[in-house]
Ligand binder design. Structure first.
Ligand code: RP5
Length: 170
């Protein structure tokens, strides 16, 4: 358990790491404490249970579960806690991630999992930060700045595109 972790990320396999790293990068940019573990709903069910308990006892506020194929991990996490759980369906199979998406998004009534797009790691991190921002106004300010930065970046891209369109052929 990482020190001062507010967001705990669990991924079903180390093969999920290249994608999950994108969520971690966002959390680092925002200066939010996090913990990341490889723990599987299928391969290490007992350890998942123990870890969720330990996270709750150590001040974690939001969970992110990332998994591919028959992706039960986010739903299993949600069954073990009343804290919010965000699921990232990972494109790690022959079906392009549709299997993971449906496994995560189609939770039966009573145990919700907030599901982001297939491979939507950045949005999972941003949504987790948004949840934390309800009680941490400094994160709300950082989120507003992040939106402004995105706006400036799109404006720059549009300007470059317009210049290319009007530029006479060489
Ligand atoms: C899931 O199965 C993992 O989340 C991963 O996306 C997928 C494949 O796992 P490995 O066979 O690469 O360990 O449990």
């Amino acid at each position: 358990m990482g020190n001062n972790a507010k967001i705990a990320i669990l991924m079903g396999s180390d093969s999920d790491w290249p994608l999950v790293k994108k969520a971690v990068d966002v959390l680092k940019d925002f200066g939010v404490g996090f913990d990341v573990k490889v723990l599987s709903a299928h391969r290490t069910p007992g350890k998942v249970r123990e870890h969720i308990k330990s996270c709750e006892e150590n001040g974690v506020k939001v969970f992110i579960g990332a998994a591919g194929k028959a992706a039960h991990l986010p739903g299993v996490i949600a069954s073990l806690t009343t804290l919010p759980v965000i699921g990232i369906p990972i494109k790690s199979s022959a079906t392009g991630g549709i299997d993971a998406l449906l496994s995560i998004v189609q939770m039966p009534a009573g145990i919700p999992v907030a599901t982001v797009a297939i491979d939507g790691a950045e949005n999972a991190a941003l949504l987790a930060i948004q949840i934390l921002s309800v009680s941490e106004s400094s994160l709300g300010e950082k989120l507003k700045q992040h939106r402004k930065n995105m706006e400036s970046s799109i404006e720059k891209k549009n300007k470059i595109l317009q210049e290319q369109i009007i530029k006479p052929e060489a």
